[in-house]
Design a protein around this ligand. Sequence first.
Ligand code: CP
Length: 318
Amino acid sequence: MAKANVSLSGKDILDLASMSVEEYELVMQTAMEMKKIMKRDIKKVPSLRGKSIINLFYEASTRTRTSFELAGKYLGADVVNITTAGSSVTKGECLRDTILTVQAMACDAIVMRHPVEGSSAYAAGISDAVVINAGDGAHAHPTQGLLDMFTIREKGRDFKNLKMAIVGDILYSRVARSNIAAWTKLGADVHVAGPATLIPHDIEKLGVTVHQRVEEAIEGADVVDILRIQLERQKSGLFPTPREYARIFGINEQKLKLAKPDVIVLHPGPMNRGLEISWEVGYCDNAAIRDEVQNGVAVRMALLFLTLTGGKKIENID
Ligand code: CP
């Protein structure tokens, strides 16, 4: 990767396709410093003291919402969580009014998850606060893409020499789109596989190789990214029964043997164990799934720090 000499100050983080390799590098380098803070006894620095962050989640989340909350708190910011279930959205408040309302409270950043593609870009267009997309429909999940990038780099891999397999529900996966955008930009050889009904039309235009059989995608792979079957977004009939899906497309130990012995197994979570991933693969030595979760905090700390301070000195890092 190139040396980072760019700034993310004040920038909305909406997708990875519109970010440069230098910007990725800046996030990676900063996240390495943030991980040092996470390993300290007292995981707190005052870098974002006086800043306020609102987590605005219109969809369920465990990893993303919690890690953004911890990331803000580790950096000394005030963090408020809004979920639709307990908010005035249930009374019919529209997205525009909700964004303008939280902005009126002088928040510095809005971290937003929403089921509609483009909703974060819409929020960014009407808000003065930094907007970080925490997942918008099937469009993008840039912070997941960056934490996956960090996890692969942390294991000493150079993207230019890697075969990546992304398997499963590509159609509904914002994680797949974000990782395809970043991994192709970084020069990796990206392969996708899954049921034909869950592979978007024209996905080859994104620079990936499409396979009908997951075995072909996995063969010789350095990284296997297993996507969650998004049961909440599925229309009926897009794949056979869950049992059939697990047999044909689910990743088990036998299929994983086709990959390189030191393959890195990724899964964004939450896992449907026994469906897209077997219990054994979820817990195997090659699985980096809990690394992804831990690195998610460091990467989100980096993004909040870089967008809200422009990358001023991280206090008391050592
Ligand atoms: N990977 C991910 O977005 O998980 P959550 O839905 O739990 O945030």
